[in-house]
Design a protein around this ligand. Structure first.
Ligand code: NAI
Ligand code: MG
Length: 493
């Protein structure tokens, strides 16, 4: 694999990539079956490299290694502060190789090099943040009745299976490794089949940082095979998953037999509400960023854009102007603003919704087509005149497609914002603090933004109401989901 750059040019050369192994018990190995699958470059549709394909047998080896590391390895006896130091070390190594990792992330996921650089900073921040937590996870002494001393210990849940998607490959890895490792768990992670490269590179760095063998295991493979095997494995205590709602339902059912703990970070159809009293320029830029950041491939994408009736026409006009100017192209070119969607499957899904939106009577204002002949690019798309019951107002499209709806008042828009099965994020743009706080209180969403969008920091809890998830990631909140609380009671005298 190429060390990308030493002089950090803003546009990077296309990295060349070696074939990818699996990482089990501190070693890079082929899959038991010897099978491989291709990693695809979404900007061209071409193959980047071959990737070892894990299945049940590899999952079993990884889980055994993780269990051994949890119960008898050096990790099980390590001081919490030393676990923290390993996370700091890993953060330093990622930071040192951030340019190389950003280039690989951009190549494989299609995100722009600028966005990839931003993700890498998030990865470093997250690993450091949780490194800091490692020796601050405390129990309590409890004023129990009778002549006893009762106290609580917070211990690792155990072997954690982590299944991540392709939209933020390294950031999702960090969000899941950080709290799991701070709390002393061991990990078997399955990367997304679309983005199997960068996680394996970070596994190399984890080895260099000095994590004991078996603490971190990283697999590639398909969801229905490797992912499913991890979910049903009796040696796994918890599954942490980010992805589609329908996949989460399958996982929750499959996890029932072993009563595994599950946490889910799922999709959304997040309402972004613009009032007439908002700063027009900022709100247009905010609504634009809300939907088109990373080509709409964000669980928090502001895909339901509610605009107050009296500014509707002007607002949508300005948004369309910006959309038409967006520069699509090679994600490794620093001047590119939007790269390709991640896969043919996503391209087809998005164009399917564009068709459906038109059939159901929405007004396709701009975009709506594939861009270029190769790769999986989609033009920034705006549907105006959307009604609440249209598919494009209800379903997660996960592409650069915004549905614009009109509203008249606060009560009405809160009620409509909440009439969805999702509840991940919501935003309001207004100068009226009464409206802002009323909305923040009443909207059913795990994250609410006022006059901003997509501000997600490792320090703040992140997750969904309703079918957008279970549990929270980031912040102190994540630690709850990676520890078991034990009560110890001692008879006194
Ligand atoms: P997905 O939910 O199928 O895949 C996410 C991860 O789960 C991947 O690692 C996959 O291999 C694994 N997986 C799939 N089926 C599994 C199973 N039966 N058991 C265990 N693991 C399994 O999502 P996909 O197909 O990549 O994207 C489909 C849609 O999901 C997108 O269009 C988008 O709407 C949504 N999505 C939401 C994300 C989010 O950030 N919340 C991220 C990615 C996708
Ligand atoms: Mg899927």
């Amino acid at each position: 694999m190429s060390r990308a750059t030493t002089d950090k040019p803003r546009t990077v050369k296309h990295p060349t990539v070696k074939d990818q192994p699996l990482f089990i018990d501190g070693r890079f190995v082929d899959s038991v079956s010897g099978k491989t699958f291709p990693a695809i470059n979404p900007a061209t549709g071409g193959t980047i490299c071959q990737v070892a394909e894990a299945d049940k047998a590899d999952v079993d080896l990884a889980v055994k290694a993780a269990r051994k590391a949890l119960e008898t390895g050096p990790w099980s006896k390590m001081d919490a502060a030393d676990r923290g130091r390993l996370l700091f070390k890993l953060a330093d190594l990622v930071e040192k190789d951030a340019e190389e990792l950003a280039a690989l992330e951009s190549l494989n996921s299609g995100k722009t090099i600028t966005d990839a650089r931003g993700d890498l900073q998030g990865v470093v921040n997250t690993l450091r943040y949780y490194g800091g937590w490692a020796d601050k996870i405390e129990g309590r002494t409890v004023p129990v009745r009778g002549s006893f001393l009762s106290y609580t210990l917070r211990q690792p849940v155990g072997v954690v299976g982590q299944i991540i998607p392709w939209n933020f490959p390294l950031l999702m890895l960090a969000w899941k490794w950080g709290p799991a490792l701070a709390c002393g768990n061991t990990v078997v992670m399955k990367l997304a089949e679309q983005t199997p490269i960068t996680g394996m590179r970070v596994a190399e760095l984890a080895l260099e940082a000095g994590f004991p063998n078996g603490v971190l295991n990283v697999l590639n493979g398909y969801g229905e095979t490797a992912g499913a095997a991890l979910v049903v494995h009796p040696g796994v205590d918890k599954i942490a998953f980010t992805g589609h709602v329908e996949t989460a339902k399958i996982i929750q059912k499959a996890a029932a037999d072993t009563l595994k703990r599950v946490t889910f970070e799922l999709g959304g159809k997040s309402p972004n509400v613009i009032f007439a009293d908002a700063d027009m320029e900022q709100a247009v830029a905010g609504a634009f960023h809300a939907i088109y950041f990373h080509g709409g491939q964000c669980c928090t994408a502001g895909s339901r854009l509610f605009v107050e009736e009296k500014i509707h026409k002007e607002f949508v006009g300005r948004l369309a102007e910006k959309a038409k100017k967006r520069k699509l192209g090679d994600p490794l070119d620093a001047s590119t603003e939007q790269g390709p969607q991640v896969s043919q499957e996503q391209l087809d899904k998005i164009l399917g919704y564009v068709d459906l939106g038109q059939k159901q009577g929405a007004n396709l204002l701009t975009g709506g087509a594939r861009f270029g002949e190769k790769g999986f690019f989609v033009e920034p798309t705006i549907f105006d005149g959307v009604k609440d019951d249209m598919a494009i107002a209800k379903d997660e499209i996960f592409g650069p497609v915004v549905s614009v709806l009109s509203f008249k008042g606060i009560e009405e828009v809160i009620q409509r914002a909440n009439s969805t099965s999702y509840g991940l994020a919501a935003a309001i743009w207004t100068k009226d603090i009464d409206k802002a706080h009323l909305f923040a209180r009443q909207v059913k969403a795990g994250t609410v933004w006022v006059n901003c969008y997509h501000i997600v920091d490792t320090t703040t809890p992140f997750g969904g109401f309703k079918m957008s998830g279970q549990g929270r990631e980031n912040g102190e909140a994540a630690l709850e989901h990676y520890t078991e609380v034990k009560t110890v009671t001692v008879k006194l005298g």
